[in-house]
Design a protein around this ligand. Sequence first.
Ligand SMILES: O=C(CO)COP(=O)(O)O
Length: 271
Amino acid sequence: MTTSTNGAFDRKPFIAGNWKMNMDHVQGITLLQKLAWTLSDAKHDYSRVEVAVFPPFTDLRGVQTLVQGDDLDVAYGGQDLSQFDSGAYTGDISGQFLSKLGCKYVLVGHSERRTIHNESDDVLNAKTKAAFKHGVTPVLCVGEGLEIRQAGTHVNHTLDQLRAGVAGLTDEQAAELVVAYEPVWAIGTGEVAGPEDAQEMCAAIRAELEKLFGADVAAKTRLLYGGSVKANNAAAILKERDVDGVLVGGASLDPAEFANIVRFESHLVTD
Ligand SMILES: O=C(CO)COP(=O)(O)O
């Protein structure tokens, strides 16, 4: 029996939950405990599918304690980081602090950071480099708004964001990088891009990475889709060749729903 996702798993599938500004540190612990119990009951094989959560900053210490204490195989990360290491940057969080808390990943350039906080491509490139500098893997988010999609320039727009975000990275960093394609019109709207839309963009992103860093690197970079992913649409999206995972918002706040997304393989048609 074989499953037919992302080139027969040459890249490990990555299922990530972005909690956004939800869950205080007490609620966050409960959510993670329930998720871990559900996955353990279902005998989830973490060596086949990687699971990560992105809680608010104030939850991270509690998440670290739980993960270490219960020896959970769940990675976690920050939702943002500063491009600077330390200093007079009130309200910002250094990649060094995330690293010290055991964060494996950090989101960079989520559309809500780009739009609400006006983060520019240059700043996001600096944040991507800051993450690597501190040993945290950036999940660089790219994607177009509705007007750009309707104008048909979504691929160019998204590739512009990609090129700006990865400028100056080494081949090794580009291979480790995770890129999340999140079309803004599909975030929190219930409007999900079809599997073929996700594949179209992820294939274009991989082709661009190949141009910039070569085929060996592009074959390693994991590409995610995000935007209204639920248990009932995840498997079809993840079946696409260039889609290596999903970045889930709303549905990651429900442990049963998120666990079902993590277990997407059980929904795939096998042959
Ligand atoms: O922004 C997202 C994940 O980062 C997607 O959010 P939703 O899954 O709630 O649409």
